[in-house]
Design a protein around this ligand. Structure first.
Ligand SMILES: *Cc1c(COP(=O)(O)O)cnc(C)c1O
Length: 261
């Protein structure tokens, strides 16, 4: 399993690197985030051993459970060997319900899915209670198709202005998704729209100096995203291709992840 993961990882890093070269960017400006929602715990541990420290889940319960399990096994390892263990960072990339904010905050290094004023206010309030400043990305619906989540492009600037004053939130950038399609023109247009909005927000300085991350690109389209300036790509299925899927828990279906509040 580890060999397969290692070869997948090498191939994906190479493709990111090639896309950087094509677009005059540096490899270190693009972060690979491993989306582990359909991977087993064993595969996640191997991945961390291979040096991957940015991990993502789209469901709060699964994320907190796995983050806890991983931390436990890493600290057992460092107690046994005396070596410093890896310090994985977990990204919350799925729709976040307000009643889950409290649970996710202690584990999430970055929440990619801020998509409403009400959610922003809840994160701000819970972060204040926990004595932290919560790093978040604004999720924007950059595809023209109906997507369930993400705020409309035209609503992004007004929303940012409203949440800029919340003291316990740090808006570190934005997240967007292309539609599920093999039509490269559609994918390019979507990412181009995302990059344009990102640049506009930065030039208007609404997000402040912390606004610097553009989270775009998945297994199907991450090379395009890199060419259009993504600083984070979220890759799942391509990374775990040929690896035993998660056998411990039933797969989280979209229906569960997107349950209404
Ligand atoms: C599942 C998921 C990904 C990864 O998708 P793959 O196609 O498996 O690479 C990225 N972003 C979000 C928000 C996801 O839910």
């Amino acid at each position: 399993m580890k060999d397969q993961l290692s070869s997948n990882l090498t191939s994906i890093k190479g493709r990111i690197s090639d896309a950087c070269a094509r677009s005059g960017r540096r490899d270190e400006d693009v972060k690979l985030i491993a989306v582990t929602k359909s991977a087993s715990m064993e595969a996640i541990r191997h991945l961390v051993e291979l040096g991957v420290e940015e991990l993502a889940e789209n469901q709060v319960q699964q994320m907190t459970k796995r983050a806890g399990m991983l931390q436990e096994s890493l600290s057992r390892f460092s107690t046994r060997t005396g070596e410093n263990s890896a310090k994985p960072r977990w990204h919350m990339i799925g729709h976040l319900q307000r009643n889950k904010v409290q649970a996710v905050l202690p584990w999430a290094a970055l929440i990619h899915s801020l998509d409403s004023l009400r959610l922003a206010e809840e994160i701000d309030a819970q972060a204040a209670k926990q004595g932290v400043v919560a790093p978040v990305l604004l999720q924007v619906n950059i595809s023209k198709e109906m997507q369930k989540f993400g705020i409309a492009v035209a609503a992004a600037l007004p929303l940012l202005e409203q949440i800029a004053s919340l003291p316990n939130l740090e808006i570190q950038g934005m997240m967007g998704m292309a539609p599920f399609t093999n039509d490269e023109d559609v994918i390019r247009r979507t990412f181009s729209r995302g990059k344009e909005l990102f640049d506009e927000i930065r030039s208007e300085k609404i997000g402040g100096p912390a606004f610097r991350e553009l989270s775009m690109g998945m297994s199907n389209d991450f090379e395009f995203a890199v060419e259009f300036g993504a600083t984070m790509v979220r890759v799942g299925s391509a990374l775990f291709e040929g690896v035993e899927p998660n056998g411990e828990t039933s797969p989280i279906t979209d229906a569960t992840a997107m349950a209404p509040e």
